[in-house]
Design a protein around this ligand. Structure first.
Ligand SMILES: C[S@@+](CC[C@H](N)C(=O)[O-])C[C@H]1O[C@@H](n2cnc3c(N)ncnc32)[C@H](O)[C@@H]1O
Length: 403
């Protein structure tokens, strides 16, 4: 039944006004105050809405200057559409006010397409969640960290720059606590043909070199800053790089915030590589995804200016679901770089985890995907790469945009 087609209510209809003051149990109650008594016409529409959605789901009572809404569960999108249509047709702002009051409720669950205002959380298994977390001691591995909460300014000579050199050396020249967000993908020791670095070292040497740079990254990260690493393990070497890196950063007392699965929908090896074909003796596992490991220094909360938030509600809702389906970068030949990540990946990370005007560092900047995306999204940046050729490309990419 559509309210609009069904509603042949006129302003003078003889509406029986309810004045129930008994508090309804098992309903969420919202008071909507007005500067004047609600008119009969608005009441007639509310009565019709109540009829459409069922009195057990939504129910209205009226006092002189207020409407009491009792909610159990409704399809709010449909309800809102009804109200919008009715308000528009009848120029009725009172209905809008009621709809907004319902919309602003912070705590409700979703069951099917319906908002659930009561009974939400009944099925939750954990009671006294906070106390239990305290007893278990969340992120206990960061206990005793001595991170300073005093953040420092990044010197001008590193602000919005591409710097060519070994990150261990360049980063050692930066002050403590001066970077808001680090987003990077290190070389993975796959044996790729980079311009400068060897990509086929013994694994122990590889991790030693990598972790010396990571130590600097932790030091330059602000208190509350985020260190986010895209890792693709070399599955064929049976080295779980993402676990080894995560374990190291936890030992260094960063908080592991979580992991995003980057689904690339491609195979990391030839489809015909089966290991032991059709035998359990040694089947080879195939992967179409990479990992994004997210760490925080000192605290999970990042302080920032609300006016510098640029993520939309829709983006937020989609991106906090931690599996991102993004095609791999297709222009690697064009840039002559063997291991770029796509701009979309950097955009999501940067908008979800930083504010505008924050400083974003990529210590393995390659041809500058992170620095370009940072600049496009009004962040400051510092990109470091050991190859002068890649650094020139990163500069070219930045200058190809008119900012
Ligand atoms: C996986 S790539 C990063 C690609 C980058 N995300 C992009 O989209 O262009 C790793 C980069 O690390 C650089 N690199 C390796 N060792 C380095 C070091 N010690 N200091 C700075 N850069 C280094 C390599 O030259 C390579 O470009």
């Amino acid at each position: 039944m559509s309210i609009c087609s069904d509603k042949k209510l006129k302003r003078n209809d003889n509406i029986k006004i309810k004045k129930v003051e008994v508090r309804m149990v098992n309903y969420k109650e919202i008071k909507v105050e007005f500067d004047y008594p609600i008119n009969n016409y608005t009441m007639s529409i509310l009565n019709a809405l109540e009829k459409k959605y069922g009195e057990s789901n939504i129910h209205f009572d009226y006092n002189d200057n207020q409407v009491l809404v009792y909610l159990n569960n409704i399809d709010f999108e449909m309800f809102k559409a009804d109200i919008e249509e009715l308000s528009l047709n009848n120029n009725n702002n009172d209905l809008n006010k009621i709809s907004n009051a319902i919309s602003n409720i912070k705590s409700y669950g979703i069951k099917g397409k319906k908002r659930l205002y009561v009974g939400y959380g009944d099925e939750r298994k954990t009671v006294n969640r906070k106390e239990k977390e305290k007893k278990r001691e969340i992120f206990y591995y960061t206990r005793g960290n001595n991170f300073s909460e005093i953040n420092n300014l990044l010197p001008d000579k590193y602000m919005d720059r591409i710097v060519c050199g070994d990150s261990k050396i360049i980063l050692s020249q930066l002050p403590n606590n001066c970077i808001d967000l680090i987003f990077t993908s290190p070389p993975y020791n796959f044996g790729l043909d980079y311009e400068e670095n060897e990509d086929d070292q013994h694994w122990e040497k590889y991790f030693e070199t990598l972790f010396a740079i990571f130590d600097e990254c932790i030091r330059v990260l602000k208190y509350g800053g985020r260190f986010i690493i895209n890792v693709q393990p070399l599955f064929s070497d049976y080295i779980p790089t993402h676990h080894i890196i995560s374990n190291y950063l936890m030992q260094k007392k960063l908080i592991w915030k979580g992991e995003i699965l980057w689904e690339k929908n491609n195979y990391n090896c030839k489809y015909t590589a089966w290991g032991s074909w059709k035998s359990p003796s040694n089947p080879y596992l195939k992967y179409t995804w990479e990992f994004i490991e997210i760490f925080c220094k000192g605290t999970l909360k990042k302080i920032g200016d609300d006016k510098k938030i640029d993520i939309s509600g829709d983006e937020f809702k989609k991106w906090v679901y931690a599996k991102w389906s993004i095609a791999p970068e297709r222009r690697m030949k064009e840039f002559n770089h063997p291991a770029m990540f796509p701009e979309e990946l950097a955009t999501k990370v940067i908008k979800l985890f930083s504010y505008q005007e924050d400083i974003v560092l990529d210590p393995f900047n390659g041809v500058g995907t992170t620095t370009l995306v940072a600049k496009l999204n009004k962040r400051h940046y510092l990109g470091i790469d050991i190859s002068s050729e890649y650094c020139s490309k990163a500069e070219e990419r930045l200058s190809s945009f008119l900012f």
